[in-house]
Design a protein around this ligand. Sequence first.
Ligand code: SD4
Length: 334
Amino acid sequence: MKRRNFIKNASLSGVGIAVGSALVSCKEDAVQKQETSAPVVIGSIPLVIATWDVKNATAKAMEVLNAGGNALDAVEQGCRVEEANAEGQSVGKGGLPDREGHVTLDACIMDKHGNCGSVVYLKDITHAVSVARKVMEDTPHVMLAGEGAKQFAVSQGFTPEDLLTEASKEAWEKWKIEAEYKPIINIENHDTIGMLAIDKNGDISGACTTSGLAYKMAGRVGDSPIIGSGLFVDNEIGACVATGLGEEVVKTVGSFLVVELMRQGKSPQEACEEAIGRIVNKPNSDFKNFQVGYIAVNKKGETGDYAIHQHFSMTKYQDGKNVNIQSDFFNKNG
Ligand code: SD4
């Protein structure tokens, strides 16, 4: 039986979808024979995971899911919490600027049908993730950039505002004193929030939003708004979102890779580890000098997370618990 038919049939027979609040799995032949053996509970749903310590954001997403909202609404609403947080010098308002002193945002979103939208080099609009959703839903396109993205946002009712806070401006001015061009990834906290959710129907969506690397070259775009690199969702298999040095993620099309590895049978954890391995095992890999982290979820509600370097963490809201978990990390020779 083809996978698509399997999933369709499984849904029709009530096997392989949410039972109570739990996802169940079953063997394909069991579906065909309509066996009634007890389902194996793998991971409870709804569930939300996100990069870094963002418990307010995951709490918001879970609130949406518990109210019966879908995974797409949950990840958008969750990411908006961080975007609106002017204290965090990372995402949306208050994000650290590029080396010219401009805050430029990248974001994307992807739904259970494989639809996606993204914005790159967006200025003056706090909720880049919501503009990405509008691109997905209200244009025939996937990606809008720069001035065009801003014009589109304004036409959709988003209000332009200055995203550079006093604190971020001060940090940038201090950085300018250093002569060397060296964009910085904030490894202690984050420059990005990536979020994945499974709703009560067992459907998956994901989103990612960032101000990119602090003090990047003007015009630099990382992995976060690039579907397949910063984020990928396949509602039949699972989803992955990335954080860290976007250039390294793009070179290995990281999130798509993780989902494809899960399609081949790997668990989310195994898939994240292999995708990190693809980066660190490259000849002459400079992995000791940068960070990349992946988080992933599969259709069974299992999750995984893995990173280069120990500072990476994931926030997971499942079974009524909203916790920040220190990620497993690659530690070969330090
Ligand atoms: C980028 N991936 O622009 C983002 C940065 C990031 O934690 O995730 N920082 O490359």
